[in-house]
Design a protein. Sequence first.
Lengths: 315, 642, 346
Amino acid sequence: MYRYILRRLLLTIPVLLGLTVIVFLIMSLIPGDPALAILGSYATPENLARLRAELGLDLPLPQQYLVWLGNILQGDFGRSYTLNRPVLDEVLERFSATLILAGTSLAICVVLGVVAGIVSAVRQYGWADRIITLLVLIGISVPAFWLGMLMILLFAVELRWFPVSGMYAIYGGGDLPDLLRHLILPATALAVVAAGVIARLTRSNMLEVLRQDYIRTARAKGLDERRVVFGHAFKVALVNLIPVIGVQAGFVIGGAVYIETVFQWPGIGRMLVNAISTRDILLVQGGVLVVAASYVLFNLCADLLQHWLDPRIKA
Amino acid sequence: MMAFIRLLARNRLAAFGALMLLLLLLLALVTPLLPLLDPNITDPANRLQPLFSEGHWLGTDQLGRDILSRLLWGMRISLAVGIAASLVAALLGSLIGILAGYFGGRTDNTLMRGIDMLMAFPYILLALAIVAVLGPGLMNALYAIAIVNIPFFARNIRGATVGIAHREFIDAARLSGKGNTRILATEILPNVLPVIVITLSTTVGWMILETAGLSFLGLGAQPPQADLGSMLGEGRRMMINAPHVATLPGLVIFILVMSINLLGDGVRDALDPRLKSGALSRPAPMTRIRRHESSGAAPQKSRDTALLRVDDLRTDFEVGRQRYHAVNGVSFTIQPNECLGLVGESGSGKSVTALSLLGLVASPPGIINGGDIHLHSRHQPSRDLLSLKPREIRHIRGNDVAYVFQDPLSTLHPLIKVGDQLVEAIRQHQPLSHPAARELAVKLLGQVRIPNPEQRASQYPHELSGGMRQRVGIAMALANDPELIIADEPTTALDVTVQAQILSLIQHLREEKGTSVLFITHDFGVVSQVCDRVAVMYAGRIVEIGPTQEILDNPRHPYTQRLIDCVPRLGEPDHEPAAIPGLPPPANALPAGCAFAERCDLAEPRCREGNIELIATDKERQVRCIKPLGLTAKISEGIEHD
Amino acid sequence: MIEPLLDISGLSRTFGGGKRWFGLDRPGVHAVQEVDLQVMRGETLGIVGESGCGKSTLARMLVGLDTPTKGRIFYEGNDLQAMIRDDRRALSRHIQYVFQDPLSSLNPRLRIRDILAAPLRHLRGLHGHALETRLAELLEIVNLRPEFITRYPHEFSGGQAQRIGIARALAAEPKVLVLDEPVSALDVSIQAQVLKLLKRLKSEFDLTYLFISHDLSVVETISDRIAVMYFGRIIEQAPARQLFQSPAHHYTRLLIASAPIPGGPPIVAESSDAELPDPLAPPSGCAFAPRCPQAQEACRARRPLLEAFSSQSKLDTSNIHRVACLFPAREPLSRDSRTSVDETSR
């Protein structure tokens, strides 16, 4: 077990390095001169040359990468020219807002999805199954950003149950209840698609597991159905679902980009979209890198969790 | 292909989706021909007209452009981009997946590490990064979405290919002189194609959503060009004053994607063979019973000592309109401490008979259509098992009657330690504390001669050898001191030396505990080792039943005799195994009369008529044949008129 | 001395293993170890062993589906690996293979015509009319009706599918057929049909068979000579009758004593903790020693070599009875000898 964890941790290092290579390459592929892009129209030849040297742009590409990587490892992601503050500060601040949103949303969609999937499998072809199947179909077909807008129109504008947008009220907000009030709509909107996918896979997984010989054995022992479904079938289905949840976490973080835009949530998705429009390359670079790296770590945890739950997987 | 379309059409939801999609596609195709306003002509005077206004059915947007016209033109673009991106992703992803899956090794490693790299980015983030490089624009959004979806295809297709590349027919093709390219094109591709189509049909909708998403963020279609996503994005600013500007494009996306997903699910269901065979439907906790009336054979005579009496049991499998008669009127009894063997070839109904006894036949498609099963256990009066409530059946399962199944690897729960599986079986029927049950479990493991039972109890099934696992299976069956053990081919999956150990264990336990055993097997050698009496099954019926040695020495039914003659006998190399020509009749089209008549060289016309009953020939023997072997014609005449 | 058709010497196959990070040796699984075996022209050589003994790996190496880690195989005096390097197809024209699972060895998406035509086209260069004639001929050879040719594999029963598998192997007009458990997946009544067919084909086409099975009785009915494998090695090898009359290795005796015969004497079971050795940490001496009722100190210390035990003819090397045991059993096995084994094991 410990050897497996160690091995998995070691294997993560090349993935993270690979990430930095991809991000670095993507950014150096951007047509035009990054220094010019950073300085914009105020660039003087001297300033340009100085910035180039600062960024190491006069070096050959592999060397540039090493310099860049060295800076990254020291926490130096450069300065955002549009915001005029260190990229890392901005990214971390925005990312924590995204984590609150995406984390809540992931919790909602896992709970909803798994419960709906089990009900649907256990009551296969019954009314509950049909209704859930229909809801799942709607869930995976609806554009999240549109759903968000409809929710704002209904719950915030018409019914006034929740605030329209933002993370905290501008006046007098800032405490936890305030955050929760702002969180519910966007987190729910974000959870819908992933909940649909998880429900679907839970259902098919449960059905598959319920067909297995060891379920027949459990019944032959005289176990009651609740025990068969939860004690035996769900145990296996859950292990199979963990990687699915890992992938869905990626969709949730990605989907946050839309939801943050719709709900004006000060997260990293909105930051990235703005940075792309304003061509703030360093900000894009830093944001992508931090999000991707944390996603890799998240999947590492999912992997270890699965390994812990399933003794069959050997190191 | 026709069968596929028919299957698809039978699925009403999918048909509805297909129809909707067809309509939308048609609409998109004829859009340039329709008498619509130019989608890009602005008319600031008429901006933000509401729905159903003069000249603009669906109103106008913030620049006074006709929303209906823009919706149709936008849908054209969204569809085109979504489908194009899907095709690109499917093509590249499948190519990578097939190559990686087929060649394996280093190729696989290199390709899949690259794919893993792409997967390391949370989905849309990678698309954003790509758009950041290429710059906003519709084509760039298309590329980004396609690239982002390549891993999805590559992984799915690789999985399917790996499953096929290791099948024996690929080796066979190689030995037939086919090279790699030919094998990929003619052996692998036809098998992977359904997976590609399924993956494609379930992702197109998703891809349309994602391209719309990029446009919504302003990174896809650039003004004045507009797809549904960018219309939604622009309309968002007027969300509160003029909600229709934004909600309408969203609605169109939703309907479009929904119809594609409906169709996609239908395609998946039609192509997945498991769904056709009903293999994905949930088996009920108990086999369905559709018995018209208890046949009345019921009340056992007081002098009847049988532990189990089965009368005219009928179990069918109903798949679609076909009805397969797996068990077709089986009757037998088991006395206390007796071992009855149930022998037959595959498809003879022996296992289904065994599983029917406690309602363990998977249902759907299984259904018990008739018969009586009487269990007369120590403490209880005789009960008809088919009329008990599920709760009462559960109380018998694993308690009065226990099962041992064939393959101990697939029949033990893979994620529960064997000790805990035993404890669970014990505590279901005995009011013991966990430590007490645990102690009993270890004792049981010792009883089935597992060395180090204490330590083995905390291992998982995969950590044990096949023989050890079957011992665990037997220990589990013994947990509550059952009166009857039903052993369904318990040694078939084992090596012959391990089989010998397991058989001797079963014998030993039977002597020690006085348990009765119903032993299902296809192997006459095993039968002659452990069974007191044997019932030979053919096409869902017992054709002969009686004491084992007598049947082996003097089979009365031609099938029994020929089956025994088929078996090569060790130490008798000159005994030429005699083949039985032909095949058993299909279970959904059983002939009248004797089911074996077709393959029997003694058959005559009356063998193929009516219903041939099981008749008693000797004191303890019965045979289902109108002219049993080894009896003089006179005797057999006499029996017939009995 | 007669030249063997297939001459296998020192053949080994190791799976996995190799170097790990930090230069540590990773143990590999030795599926086949130092196997020496001669197959004579026209004979049926049976190879018997339980699951995991390496018999299938050996078979796959003979047709080039697997590559030996060590050792060589000579076919008619030519090195098999060299033949494969020059032209894989040449080997397939000489040695063909029949698979265990008849259905999974037929591509479910191809018609029988395409399955059978592949070897004719690629190995025999047949086209057009000649191909059609030969296809019809092949079906007739294995007793299948001509109209079957347009059907898909799932429309066939196990026995029929295995006939198709045999027809495909014969299409290459090979001299040697490697039969890997060809009847294990079939019901006994069908098994007898296929065995009968195989016997007929052998004499009709002058074939040499390598018949691999876990079932002693099946091997006995079809083989001229039998090699018994245990844990990757051949532990005994003898003409079929001799092997069953007086098996010398205690493992062979155990196998025979364990096989239940209809109406036969009661089988004998060894004590319960008999298990196969750990393939990653094989014992140093005889691999069977931990289970062997006759094992002595010497058996655990050194591994016995496969050596001549007795022979009927000094000229014909193939008929020598060889055994890899330090203390082989010498008394013949009588019908009631099961009890004698029983006594020794107690």
